[in-house]
Structures are given as structure tokens and as C-alpha cells.
Design a binder for this molecule. Sequence first.
Ligand code: GLU
Length: 483
Amino acid sequence: MSVRVRFAPSPTGFLHIGSLRTALYNYLFAKHHGGVCILRIEDTDRTRLVEGAIEEQIASLAWAGVTFDEGPHVGGNHGPYTQSERFDLYRTYGMQLVENGSAYYAFDTSEELDAMRLRQQAAGIAPKYDRSTMRNQFTVGDHETQRLLGENAQHVIRLKVPLHTDVRFHDEIRGDVVFAGREIDDQILLKSDGFPTYHLANVVDDHLMEITHVIRAEEWLPSTPKHVLLYEAFGWKAPTFAHVPLLLNPDRSKMSKRHGDVMVRDFAEKGFFPDALVNFVALCGWNPGTDTEIFSHNELIQAFSLERVNKAGAVFDYKKLDWMNGEYLKSRDPKELAAELLPALTARGYQYIEPDFVADVIELVRERVHFLKDVTEFADYLFGDVLSPLSSELAASISGNDTLRTAVKTFRDGLNNASIADLEAFKGLSQSAAESAGLKMGAFMKPLRLILTHREVGADLFGTVHLLGAQRCSVRLDSFLSS
Ligand code: GLU
């Protein structure tokens, strides 16, 4: 049996990082097994639709490299993948359950339901549809039901949950799971407007689309016994379930906006590489069983298995994500990175942005930053000649120091392309410049950096001088000497 999985987002907002992980696990599982990953839009709840959400979610998934083999936007195929286009079908299936006695008509008004909830609250019991006291097919009988239907009385269709049996199912991540029948609500399957609820549409589609594994977030675990009952009611084989653990804030609360970014597009805008984000997210809740942390797209596909998805919630460590992005920054081709950075450099009006030069700058400084865009600010003094003003404190630390002036002058006089072309020559020149003024090499390097870059910290000084070239360095040294 070949694997068929689906990612089934509801277009109620932009793509959440937790949803990216769910999509990713489905995708990796499918690819690992040579199976099919389907995108299905679950838009049955018309009140919660957010305009543009479908497009945004699809764009975010594509950005992350999570692709689908079937779905509304695959190869221009609109197929059976958007639930709002299939409402009649769900109704037909829902009514089958009424006919076979697995579901029933309920005519309660919203006032009656409110009153029931209040009674339950007052009695200190969990709110749940209490069929014995309300107006439904059980209490009013078939005859009265037919009469009410004849009158077009408002009604819903509810699942008839067997109150006295436990519902059991196996979860690939959580093991055997049991819910007591009396704790399961008689879920509404068809609403009073005839629209299906998530539960009915989800089960019907998973069956019709021949889904073999339902991999979804843990928050859906309490819905699963209802789904298991629905499969039984239809006489269908249920898929294999796997509920993936929650993503948590560092304080172990459920991941939320208050602690940082949660939408995929926020991460994209911050400058994370899609591969780095995907690599990181894959490891939030799944472990490869080794110490390896950096996985290419194909390595993830190779290594992924549901057996290694943890039960416990996974803390989303923002710092570690920054680190991982830095690792990707270090490993990527500098020429490609240069091409990506170029628009930002052009926008800032820099003078020295010839692609090979930019690639060299990136190679020089990328050890020191986590994000490509940070290279701009970090190496500002390499891309242009307008240096940010020195603070008065730093300016004071180098001005009026005759020993330093002497060393700088010697250094400047010896500076030519040959002297900065190789490390040994550069070291020799710096050494003799420092010594001629009676300075220690270390005591010379710090002010030399300040003079050349107006920064206290930066990339390797030799590399910086090398990239600046003798002429640009001389101009900066002369400016110091003439000040
Ligand atoms: N539409 C549900 C959601 O928004 C899908 C849950 C499931 O995968 O069954 O997450």
C-alpha cells in the first residue's frame, strides 16, 4: 500500500510555524516512503475565513520548499481539494449516517443549548450535549421528528456517540489511546445551514482521498475518537494516526506571538534562509537519533521517521535558530549569497559592490553574523568609504598620540599592493611599523582597526586590509594623519 498523506490547513490566518512543521512532517514522511503528499483546503467554517490566507499559506509553504503532489494549486488542478466546493457531497454522506442510525436530528434552539450549558456549569460538570433532556430524535421520537422536518424546523445532525463503550485507537507517536464514550460529545456533523463541520468533511475526504496516515498537531487528538467513530459508522477503515507534539515557548507555555515570531512569513522577512528554518523546525519534536544537526533537504527525507517524533512538547529555541541560520550562511556559495545581497547594497548606494568583491566580503565576515542582511551593516566600511563617525571617547583614544602617528606613518609608507597581498608581508609591515614607534604589535592593531574601519570589532584585520586594497587604506590613514 503506498503512502498517501495530506496537509489540511484552514484558511483562518497566515501560515503558523507549527503548521509549517505539520506540513513538513507530512511531506518528509511521504517522500521518505515514495508516497504522495496532498494539500487540502479545509474551509468549511465560513465565519473564520481570512481573505488571502490560502494564497499566503501556499506561498509560505512554497518558500519553505514544502511541495505537494496533489492539491488545488498543483499543476493548475482544482480537483477535489477545496472543501467548500464539495458541500453537497458531505451532506449526502452525513445523511447516510442518519439513515443507518449512527447520527440523529437535533432541533434544540440556541436558547435551549445555552440553558443546558448553564445547568451543567452550575452542577460542575463539563459542558457536553445532553441528549436525554433536549429536543432531538431520541426524545421526541421518529414521528415527531418527521413532523418537525415537515415544518422546516431548524435542526442539526449530530453523531450518536455510544455512551458506554470506550473508543480506542493506536497513535504512531502516543501509543494506544483510549477515550471513554461518556466523555465524547455528540458532535454536530451537519450544521443548521446544511454545511458540514470540520469532523465530517475531514473524515469523508480522508477516506475518499485514500489517506493512509493522518499526521497532525496534538491539539486534534481529542477530535480523533469522534473520527474513529465516524469511520466505524461509515464502515470504513480508519487511517493510521500520528499526533505531533506542541511547539512551546522557552517557558514551556504554548508557543505564542508574545514570545517572538510565530508566522512563517515573519521568519522569511527577518532574513532566515528557508533551508535553515526547515532544518530547525524538523528538529523541533523529531530527533534523528544521532548528534547531527545540519540536514539538507534530501538528508531530512532520508532520515525522517515517525518513530523518532517525540511525545513531549518541543521548545522552540529562537537563539538556536539564529545559530542554525549562521551555519547555513557559512556553508553557502558566496557568489550566490552575493547575488542575493546585491539589491540591498545597491539600494543603500554603496560604491564597491562588484559581485566578486561582495562575495569576498561575505566570505570574510560571515563567521561573525547570523544573517546575510547583517553583512551590510557589519561590513559597511568595505562597501563604501563614508565611515560612521567615531564616538568622542574612541576619537580621543587615538588622537594626539604621537607614538601611534609614527607607527601609522611607517605603516602607510610601506603600504602597497605587494605588502598587503600576502599575510607574511602584511605582518612584517605591521610589526616593523609598530616597533619603529616603540609599540607592541597588539597595541598597534587595535587603533589601526579603528582608523581603517571606525569600528572596535570587525572581521580579521588582515582580510579587511586585503579587501580594501592599498589605495583605499592609504586614504583612510592619510585622513587620520592629517587630522
Ligand atoms: N483543518 C484542520 C486544521 O486547521 C486540519 C486538522 C487535521 O489535519 O485533521 O489544522
